[in-house]
Design a protein around this ligand. Sequence first.
Ligand SMILES: NC(=O)c1ccc[n+]([C@@H]2O[C@H](COP(=O)([O-])OP(=O)(O)OC[C@H]3O[C@@H](n4cnc5c(N)ncnc54)[C@H](O)[C@@H]3O)[C@@H](O)[C@H]2O)c1
Length: 362
Amino acid sequence: MNTNVKKDERTLKVGILGCGTICQAAHFEAAQKAKNVELYAICDIAKDLLDRMEELYHPQKVYSDYKEMLKDPMVDAIIIGVADQFHAMCAKQAILAGKHVLVEKPLGVSVEECEELQALLAKENLIFQVGNMKRFDAGLQFANRFIKEEIGDVTTFKAWYCDSSQRYKVCDNVMPVLYSSVTMKKPKGDPKENKEVYYLLGHASHLFDTARYMMGEIVSVEAKHVQKDGLYSWLIACEFANGAIGNLDLTIAARKDWHEGMQIYGTNGTIEVKTYNPWIFRTSDVICWNDTKKLTTSPYDEDGHFFRRQLEGFSDTILNGSKQLGATIEDGIATLKALIATHQSVQANGKRIVIKEVGGNL
Ligand SMILES: NC(=O)c1ccc[n+]([C@@H]2O[C@H](COP(=O)([O-])OP(=O)(O)OC[C@H]3O[C@@H](n4cnc5c(N)ncnc54)[C@H](O)[C@@H]3O)[C@@H](O)[C@H]2O)c1
């Protein structure tokens, strides 16, 4: 079947592992639309779901056994869209099969499994990227360049990531109809039972990755947490390796519309960012003040399909050797350590935790 999407002469053939929420809402369509990618294969253990996705997205191959998809020599890269607890294991299998990897965030659930992956990857000539798609928000990319070139020495970083109490209504409206199956493979137990851990893995993995994308390494955190009537709130004080201080606000869910953004102060400039619910695919609003030039600048980019942009960037790195813009395995490990440090700090009543000393899991 033909679509109207114009593809480049050379495309990356991807095999997508998982036919659940994130693949239905983002990766299948992103792979279809990306100019340098071919949605070559899909895989899920849930046969009924796999059949439904084949009908909708028409990949060339479908696999119910991940090992069989990995054996397919036509597959260049694997997109891993399965539960967090399976990320490291599935990524390891992909690396051993010689495939490039784009794995959903967070990289994994324990520092040790992620470091094992890092050691394995070091022996291979493969591209490995973590799916922190916000790095492909053109507004955040503009702010990132402004920090490198114009802001001067940064003193202060404030960021907030507050999910919305109205999110599910908005997502229902903008996402495609989602399908599920009773035979989907899920981790043992209920990962949502401990909401603190679940929200840190799911949401703080974005907040910390964005903080690190803008500011570089985080040395330590001191975190406080309160929850009342289903409202979970964290305030996390950070020290950055560049000498700046920071404060991160994670709130699930604010009783308002999606509320995410940043303020960054430097010796020659200031940045303010408003970021939207990612599912409405809208580029962040960004204003940058340059004190020397007496100039404010704002990017304008209507292309807010972060998932398609992420995939095009990943493919461009593999096919053409262009610089990897997405999060690396080192970024993934540092973010996981920051999540664990936050959890440890909360349990120790706000004690300062040095991130590089952290191990284990949440
Ligand atoms: N980037 C984002 O903003 C974002 C948003 C939502 C979810 N996610 C991430 O996406 C990941 C997946 O979440 P989800 O809600 O789509 O999960 P899900 O449980 O809905 O779907 C996962 C699917 O993978 C299949 N699967 C798992 N292991 C398999 C295996 N070994 N072989 C074959 N099939 C297998 C399951 O059967 C299931 O259908 C999570 O890590 C989550 O954090 C990211």
